[in-house]
Design a protein around this ligand. Structure first.
Ligand code: DHB
Ligand code: FE
Length: 286
């Protein structure tokens, strides 16, 4: 049976892609930021997942304001990206697994999540930058299922709804009758706002509290409305919704493998969190 081996959440700032392509790993601005990912990569090397289910928000590459699904699940054989105008390299496509995607879609629709289905899907910086941070370069050791969540054009799905989506994804994975290790990812956040009077807004106190609450008390975070999240974390800080979907997939109890918080990267409070479901951690301890 397929098994969720862990969860990973990370910011997806485009400038990280530029720094990686320019090999700025030792640059004083970047050094400690990149060092924060070393334990996450070590955990992945040890855990060796086969599949990554990735909650992310498209920022206008595959979907635009005229046609923007609330939730969309990829069912493509591969997922390429394209120039978004940030001056970043276009990276090699990520392999998909259409059969598993359709299994997930069938389960989600049966659970009354009326998702869009994408047999072609380009993935933007919110997808490939986290992937490149965790599996650098051209390596593609995991097959991916991207799940887009609209955090771009209001009305956005609520934190509660995204949490329920993550729970439904976990139930589907638990029913896949294949011996697969699955990592669930959420990308975006933490606090940031890119436009308007509050451009540059960062709320360190809120972010640090989030990093704690999302582990032990995620229901505190799902209690916020999106307008409260915008107020507390900035208009793009609402990307926290993807973190909540990931957290939900870990089940009631999760434990931290590693986390980091680095302010700022570009205009963003950059966060990283790696979790394991508690049952797995306990099974290994025995
Ligand atoms: C930045 C952050 C984002 O989440 C994003 O999607 C684009 C840009 C930034 O801080 O530059
Ligand atoms: Fe973003």
């Amino acid at each position: 049976m397929a098994k969720i081996v862990g969860g990973l959440a990370t910011s997806h700032v485009p400038a990280i892609g530029k720094a990686m392509s320019e090999q700025k790993f030792q640059d004083p601005y970047w050094k400690s930021f990149f060092e924060g990912y070393e334990p996450a990569r070590a955990w992945l090397e040890k855990t060796k997942p086969d599949i990554a289910v990735v909650f992310y928000n498209d920022h206008g590459l595959n979907f635009f304001l005229d046609n923007l699904p609330t939730f969309a699940v990829g069912a493509a054989p591969e997922y390429g990206n394209a120039d978004e105008g940030w001056g970043l390299p276009v990276v090699a496509p990520y392999p998909g697994d259409p059969a598993l995607s359709w299994r997930l879609i069938e389960d989600l629709v049966a659970e009354e999540f009326d998702v869009s289905t994408c047999q072609q899907m380009k993935v933007d910086h919110a997808f490939w930058i986290p992937m490149a941070l965790l599996w650098p370069g051209a390596q593609r050791p995991v097959r991916v299922i991207p799940i887009e969540i609209n955090t771009v054009q209001h009305p956005l799905p609520s934190a509660k709804r995204c949490f329920k989506l993550g729970q439904a994804v976990a139930r589907s994975i638990a029913g896949w009758d294949k011996d697969l290790k699955v990592v669930v990812m959420g990308t975006g956040g933490l606090s940031h706002q890119l436009e308007g009077e509050r451009a540059g807004f960062i709320n360190k106190e809120f972010d640090l509290q989030c990093l704690e609450d999302i582990v032990a008390h995620p229901e505190k975070l799902t209690g916020y409305s999106n307008f409260e999240l915008v107020e507390l974390a900035g208009s793009q800080g609402v990307e926290l919704l993807m973190w909540l979907a990931m957290r939900a997939a870990m089940g009631p109890e999760a434990q931290v493998v590693t986390s980091s918080y680095h302010v700022p990267i570009s205009n963003t409070a950059a966060g990283l969190l790696v979790l394991e479901p508690k049952a797995r951690a306990m099974a290994e301890a025995v």
